[in-house]
Ligand binder design. Structure first.
Ligand SMILES: [Zn+2]
Length: 245
């Protein structure tokens, strides 16, 4: 068993990991982590409107295009491995087979921490159902009776990344990550998502606003860290520490 540091992102559609956790991915890749991204679908039906407006478009062409974009974005971020489960979207279908496949990946990666979506998303049930799927498969991966003999999972934190239309999602960040030093990588990855160009500057603004919150919460005018860009996350599980900071 290698002692390599690892992280795992479970993304409902093929672009979600870019907008919502691209900075965290690039940052930890830079810190020496092997970051694995699993895209449950390509977002081929629900998040590819620009492609569907082109003449002669087919489902397969959209999937191919979306896969290419996601792979380019992943390499801009320094992702170690990206996998596509092709579970269909709008809606995603969470079969037992898909759950077992996800558990296999979780156990193989043995992530130090994981990322997924907000718990609630009335605009996009694929997102909130993906979080449920992440929690369920994390639990299965911890079960000693599931495929006995395999290395069971410890207790990686699950960080919920920032949803679209944040205020409607019952999502409340309790951790801000400074991504200033990798913003150029996230911006390059964002620009790989040609099918969703209308979101590029929106997510640039989000990163700048979270940078402001990072500065305020790290000390503000009384010695705060001068972050220009940040990402917010909601941690699900309690931390276990020896000393408070
Ligand atoms: Zn999505």
């Amino acid at each position: 068993m290698s002692d390599k540091k690892t992280a795992l992102v479970i993304s409902a559609h093929s672009a979600d990991f870019v907008w919502r956790a691209g900075g965290a991915i690039a940052k930890h890749a830079k810190l020496g982590y092997d970051v694995t991204v699993v895209c449950l679908s390509y977002g081929e039906r629900g998040e590819s409107a620009k492609l569907w407006k082109q003449e002669g478009m087919t489902l397969d062409k959209v999937k191919t295009e979306r896969r290419k974009e996601a792979e380019n974005a992943a390499s801009a971020l320094g992702v170690h491995d990206i996998q596509f489960f092709d579970m269909g979207d709008y809606p995603l279908e969470f079969t037992r087979e898909c759950k077992d496949k996800m558990v296999d990946v979780i156990r193989a990666v043995q992530p130090k921490f994981m990322f997924s979506h907000s718990k609630w998303d009335p605009y996009n049930t694929d997102h909130m159902n993906t979080t449920q799927f992440a929690l369920e498969t994390r639990m299965m991966a911890q079960a000693w009776g599931h495929n006995p003999g395999e290395k069971v999972l410890g207790a990686p934190q699950l960080y919920l990344f920032e949803p679209h239309q944040t205020e409607q999602m019952n999502w409340k960040p309790n951790i801000f990550l400074d991504i200033s030093d990798v913003w150029d990588k996230k911006w390059a990855a964002i620009q790989c998502m040609q099918g969703q160009e209308h979101l590029w500057h929106f997510y640039e603004n989000v990163a700048q606003n979270r940078g402001n919150h990072f500065r305020r919460n790290s000390g503000g005018q009384a010695g705060g860290k001068a972050a220009t860009h940040a990402e917010g996350f909601e941690a699900i599980f309690p931390r276990t520490v020896d000393e408070l900071d």
